[in-house]
Design a binder for this molecule. Structure first.
Ligand code: COA
Length: 257
């Protein structure tokens, strides 16, 4: 794996660190490919929850402006498609991904955070979609994921003004779930990951899938997806183990089977 993306594990919990601190972790094709490779490695390892964060003072300060400056439209299309593919891969993993936003999460950084299942932020975090300052628009899913997270009117305001917002405002509008003092961010997110990692992994995967796909469907179709996925849980050994453990008043031992 390239050193612009670091992947470490503690038991079933992975931490993926975007590691270009001298460029505030700006996303270029190498970083995006590194994220994609790290996701494949997590799948092979049976990761139960992944934390994504940034090295140094930024989470990710955006797509790499130096790499984009001279792009022709076809190259820009390819770059955006790569960013979208990685975002889709993040959403398609069977394990949840939590963004630990330690600093600037701008442009592609805000988009990377939104491709995670949810985000927590440090009080030092600054979020936004500043692309219009460069006379472009968000290209890694920002227009679409932002409106789904914070509503269409707030998404418009953020995208049209390119303004940066602080962590507390990001929490108020639902862009991050919670805010922590900088030194408390990773412990808080790790605790959440540990809680998730103890649950039945196939149930977590099913919940992730249904919440993601159901959100874009009309309610009757979305509810039908839930019924299918609920029934599917009863094909698993983990469901038998989970319910038996409850009735026998002991801790469940889930195998992901
Ligand atoms: N792409 C490429 N390089 C970037 C970058 C990006 N998105 N964001 C920061 N960098 C680089 C800077 O060019 C600088 O490199 P240098 O030391 O070789 O000159 C380095 O990272 C440090 O950034 P700097 O601007 O000096 O830090 P700062 O603390 O003064 O400002 C920001 C921080 C985040 C406000 C500022 O870097 C910024 O506005 N970045 C661009 C944000 C953006 O528009 N993102 C969307 C891109 S589509």
């Amino acid at each position: 794996m390239s050193d612009v993306v670091l992947l470490t594990h503690e038991g079933p919990i992975g931490t993926l660190t975007i590691n270009r601190p001298d460029k505030l972790n700006a996303l270029n094709p190498d970083v995006l490919t590194g994220v994609s490779n790290a996701l494949a490695e997590c799948r092979e390892k049976g990761t139960r929850c992944l934390i994504v964060t940034g090295a140094g003072k930024a989470f990710v300060a955006g797509a790499d402006i130096a790499a984009m400056k001279d792009m022709k439209p076809e190259e820009a299309r390819e770059f955006a498609s790569l960013g979208h593919r990685v975002g889709h891969e993040m959403e398609s993993q069977p394990f949840p991904i939590i963004a630990a936003i330690n600093g600037f999460a701008l442009g592609g950084g805000c988009e990377l955070a939104m491709a995670c299942d949810f985000a927590h932020a440090s009080t030092k975090a600054k979020l936004g979609q500043p692309e219009v300052n460069l006379a472009v628009i968000p290209g890694f899913g920002g227009t679409q994921r932002l409106l789904r997270r914070v509503g269409v009117a707030m998404a418009r305001e953020l995208v049209y003004t390119g303004k940066m917002i602080g962590a507390e405002e990001a929490k108020r509008i639902g862009l991050v779930n919670d805010v922590h003092e900088p030194e408390a961010l990773m412990p808080a997110v790790t605790k959440l990951a540990q809680t998730i990692a103890k649950k039945g992994p196939l149930a977590i995967a099913a919940a992730k899938r249904v919440i993601l796909t159901g959100a874009d469907e009309a309610l009757p179709k979305a509810n039908a997806l839930e019924i299918d996925a609920f029934a599917g849980c009863f094909e698993t050994a983990d469901q038998k183990e989970g319910m038996a453990a409850f009735l026998e008043k002991r801790e469940a031992d889930f195998k992901g089977e």
